[in-house]
Design a protein around this ligand. Structure first.
Ligand SMILES: *Cc1c(COP(=O)(O)O)cnc(C)c1O
Length: 354
């Protein structure tokens, strides 16, 4: 399908990459495509970035019928542009759309649209160390009707924002609050789907954590209320007695691509990387005994973020003396070197755009 192009007549100045806040400054263009049950997906186009016109009664506004993705395009030392595992994002948004009964898009077609969009916006991919172009693809339903019925109309959109170095002063361990009251997801629910609704229900706990000086929450499972699941917008990993341990994908945990990539990397180093159930009790005991040697979060935005302290039930547990652990640092260094093309892509994860 050919992508129609409408160029902006008022290109924006590029932001100062040292100060631009995450997710606030968007590139000149966006990708749009429409869907109806009769026509399927049609009219792919790259058009100037701007407000959407939408009926107040549209299902996205009333019933949060939306799924999204987050991935990055990186500038290599040679000046090339590459995306990190975009096929994984295309697969995941298809699964998310399936869960939300939204129209799905063919994986190869979606990857090709992302590639064409990044190629068109190439001069928005920054080159300063640690910077990248963050892509936000999303699908939302627009049926103009308050009654509940299957989706007939939707849009697929991609917007992009240049993002600065998440850790301008090096990796800094953050404090995390284990959330006892609110839950993010339940098995059979939408936890494994990357959908806006999951975040809407998580806002209250996130706000409480932030108010009390925590970086984000660590969620516990919603059924038995005893297993650790994931952090606010990132998966979580621990080093316990020398092994890397992470909560298994049980339907309520988001299957992160950074998580998946991290597991492959640490296994290649020769470490045990174990996906299993982890109770809060085990974690607290391990923190007290020192068996919990390191803890960190993984996700596209920060890639790897060390956890320096866990709080639970008004008690605080410092991990690794509040400093960054060896495995955490090594994983960050290895993964970011692959993403920014500073080392050969030994896994074939990057899609070179140009
Ligand atoms: C996107 C997301 C992650 C991380 O996934 P990546 O593919 O690694 O970016 C983890 N948890 C939640 C809830 C998410 O939305």
């Amino acid at each position: 399908m050919e992508v129609k192009i409408v160029k902006t007549t008022s290109p924006k100045a590029k932001p100062d990459m040292a100060t631009v806040p995450f997710g606030t400054y968007f590139s000149d263009h966006m990708f749009m495509m429409d869907y109806t049950t009769d026509k399927g997906w049609y009219d792919p186009r790259i058009i100037p970035y701007g407000p959407l016109e939408i009926e107040p009664c549209a299902t996205i506004i009333q019933y949060a019928t939306e799924v999204f993705e987050g991935l990055k395009a990186y500038r290599t030392p040679e000046g090339k542009i590459q995306m990190f595992r975009p096929d994984e994002n295309a697969k995941r948004i298809k699964n998310s759309a399936e869960r939300m009964a939204l129209p799905q898009m063919d994986v190869d077609m979606m990857v090709d649209f992302m590639r064409q969009y990044v190629e068109f916006e190439a001069d928005w991919v920054p080159s300063d160390p640690g910077t990248s172009l963050y892509l936000r693809p999303f699908i939302y339903a627009t049926d103009p009707c308050l009654s509940l019925h299957p989706i007939h109309e939707a849009h697929f959109c991609i917007i992009a924002c240049p993002v600065g170095n998440y850790f301008p002063d090096g990796l800094k361990p953050v404090p995390i609050l284990i959330e006892k009251d609110d839950v993010r997801a339940v098995r059979g629910g939408t936890g494994y789907a990357k959908c806006g609704g999951n975040y809407a229900g998580a806002m209250r706990a996130g706000e409480k954590a932030e108010k009390n000086g925590f970086s984000q929450v660590l969620w516990i499972d919603g059924v038995e209320r005893k297993y650790v699941e994931e952090a606010g917008g990132m998966n979580v990993m621990f080093k316990i007695n020398g092994d890397v341990v992470t909560p298994q994908l049980n339907g309520s945990v988001l299957p992160g691509i950074t998580r998946k990539s991290s597991l492959e990397i640490v296994k290649d180093w020769g470490m045990n990387a174990i996906e299993r159930l982890i109770t809060v009790e085990e974690l607290i005991e391990a923190a007290q005994s020192g068996a919990l040697e390191e803890a960190w979060m993984v996700g596209t935005a920060a890639v790897v973020c060390p956890i320096g302290e866990l709080a639970y039930d008004n008690q605080r547990y410092v991990i690794n003396g509040g400093t960054i652990g060896e495995v955490t640092q090594k994983l960050y260094d290895d993964l970011t070197a692959i993403q920014w093309g500073r080392v050969p892509d030994r896994y074939g994860w990057n899609l070179v755009v140009k």
